[in-house]
Each structure stands twice: as C-alpha cells, then as structure tokens.
Write a protein that binds this ligand. Sequence first.
Ligand code: PXP
Length: 234
Amino acid sequence: MGVNIDHVATLRQVRGGAWPDPAAAARICERAGAHAVVMHLREDRRHIQDEDLFRVQKAVSLKLNMEMSIAPSVVKTAMRLGPDQVTLVPEKRKERTTEGGLDLFKKPQTLRRVVEDFKKRGIEVSLFIDPDLKQIDGAKKLGVPAVEFHTGDYANQTSAPGAGRELLRLEKAVKAAGERGITPHAGHGLDYDNVKAVKKMEGLSELNIGYSIVCRAVWVGFENAVKEMLHLIQ
Ligand code: PXP
C-alpha cells in the first residue's frame, strides 16, 4: 500500500506554516508498515511543494511514488529529484481532485518523449488510466512496466449493482494488464469500506490511498489510520 500524503500538506497550506509536516507523515507511514509514500506535485502547487519531495526522500527509505502531470516545470523537478517511480496523471487546474485517467491517445508524442526521458533516468513509470482496454493497449505501446487504474468510478457508485459493474470492469482491466505483462496498481477514492472488494481482486499489486486515511487520522491519529487500512488490505 502506498499512502498519499497530499492532504497533510493541504492542511499545512491552510495556514501557510510548517505544520503538519509531510516529512513527519512519511516517517509515520514507514513506522506503520506502509510500502510506499505517494505525493502529487500539482502544477498550481496547491498542497505538496517541490521541497517537500526532497525532504520526504531524505526522511524515509520507503519507495517514493511521485504523481504528476507532464507539465514542464513538474517534469524538471522530477528529473532533479529522481523518485523511485512517477505516476503520470491528467491535471485540470479547476478540478478538486484527479477526475479520470490519462487519455494515452491525446498528445502521444509528448507523452512518449516524457516516458522515454524517465526511463533513461532510471525512474519507473506508471500511467494513471481508466480501466479501459484501449488505454491498456496504449500503455503497452508506450512500454511502461505499470499502470494505475482509476477507481473513482467504482468509489462514486451509490448502488450495489453500479459498484458491481465497476468492479467487474476493474477486474477485467487488471487481468488484461497482467496478460500484457504490465503490473496493475489501483487507487482513487478508496476508503475503509469500499477497499474490501478491491483488495480481493487477484493480480492487483499496489493500492494507493490518501484522502480517507488523512480523514480517519483526525479521529484515531495518523499512525493508527495507516495501520487500520493496512490491516484491511492484508
Ligand atoms: N492515485 C492517484 C493516481 C491519484 O491521483 C490519487 C489522488 O491524488 C490517489 C491515488 C489517491 O486518491 P485518494 O486521495 O482519493 O485516496
């Protein structure tokens, strides 16, 4: 499990001070047994700041998964940082959170160039895509080792049949990725309840979860919130 700590930084940005410190959150994730720490450097720098990434990288030996768009200023920071993994996501300035997966058929040349640059730098690339066969084939063509399936459509369902339909879609995508030699990850909108069905899915190798953990931390503390989620997943 990768813990996305963006919203620890969101809370800090509210007052513009030093607390809560994302590096301290990363240390707690490590102590609690998480497998990775995830940070999204948005183009508008609304939560995570460039220096947070460098401080977290120094603070823990956990895998650092940097989520990012392919905006030049963000790519530049990623190249300087050298995280273990980058997860390329679409970004809209006005959205509250990432609303869907990347369309790998939009600006394919730019995407390919960025993917190749990261590969040359020795950074693993994952693409955040919808659980869609066409996109999985696009990822295969780009030669990436991993994809992360956007679970938002599943998480947003309010009826059991709707959730069932989305789970099936996810399951098919996980299988298709595996058949093409691509490691499937998943994340977005997962919480302590809806994660239970997702974690049963065979072949999924990584879940990335942020918002629900930070919310839970308000009641039980950050370390307990991470441990409770890990317990559910394992
Ligand atoms: N994975 C990706 C690629 C994301 O963009 C996000 C949100 O930043 C997450 C996982 C975590 O989503 P949530 O905060 O809803 O758990």
